[in-house]
Design a protein. Sequence first.
Length: 277
Amino acid sequence: MPILNQFKTLVIDEFEDEKFHLPPHTHTYYEIIYIKKGSGVHHLNNNLLPYKSGDLFVISPEDEHYFDIKKSTRFFYIKFTDNYFNSKQNLTCDEFLIHTPESFMRDKTLKETVLKLDDPCKTILKNTIENIAAYNCKTDVSTSPIVFYQILSIFGLIKETMRSQNLIVKGNSIDNEQITSYIHQNIYNPKLVQIKVIASHFNIAETYFSAYFKRTFTISYRDYIHNLRTTLIEKRIHNNQLPIKQIAYEFGFTDESHLSNYFKKRKNMKPTDFKKT
């Protein structure tokens, strides 16, 4: 199946399965999934959502899902990364600049309910999917304004359907300030700032967290942690109020030697030498 990367921000894919070819899984990207034909049950997080021809699902990186196919199903996938919409802000209406499609796709309501599109919306959705499929012969569909607006129209259909079903947007966006606050509060406990722990704490897929963090903060998560920890250790040493052994204990190192090796690797000198300078 086509794979997304930093050079390919949008991929259109269509295939038919009698038995879904993947186990329960997560992604590092977003998916809009349209059911062209077939039926079964969509296992989405902890929800069982019966599906049939014409149904639509949105999947964000935090979601785990797979399809239990009852009747041979033809899937139409629209896969994209964060960069797809970020690179086209000049084409996006003000509403989507404030509430991005990515944050909208994380809405919990969309994981708990099968949308019931009325007949006009069903027809528009089907035609939109066919338009995108027809244009997919282009060499780089990700740069096409035509496809971009077609995808935006799908979000319009989803919003209109949610309003008609009186579905309330619960929201589930990532709060970057809370992430940095969590890191600064728990930097003294190495276990709590492990990627798998912080990703789980914020309900973000572990495979997605590192890529998201680097894209958002322009530094890798590992480097951010090392830089913060080293800076704080430097301040402790500079203040000259605590012995090295106690600083090691405060930051979760096994002993003074462990801290010394860690510090030397990043500052090219031992804590005791740094203390003298």
